[in-house]
Design a binder for this molecule. Structure first.
Ligand SMILES: [Zn+2]
Length: 62
């Protein structure tokens, strides 16, 4: 595994937004690479963070 998955690639993998070949590559790589697995989970965390901010903003509007 010479090439790590870039953040935009992880993002499209996460959103099911890439070709099936790429998805297989990403899945395999994520099984073997703790670094990229960590990047993917930090993407998820920031997603949850943004979602919670959005919720708070909505509450303020109401
Ligand atoms: Zn990697």
């Amino acid at each position: 595994m010479n090439f790590h998955i870039s953040i935009p690639e992880l993002d499209s993998y996460r959103n099911c937004d890439c070709s099936s070949l790429k998805r297989i590559y990403c899945r395999l790589h994520l099984l073997l690479c703790k670094k990229c697995e960590a990047k993917l989970s930090s993407l998820k965390e920031s997603d949850e963070f943004i979602t919670s901010i959005r919720k708070n903003l909505k509450n303020d509007e109401v």
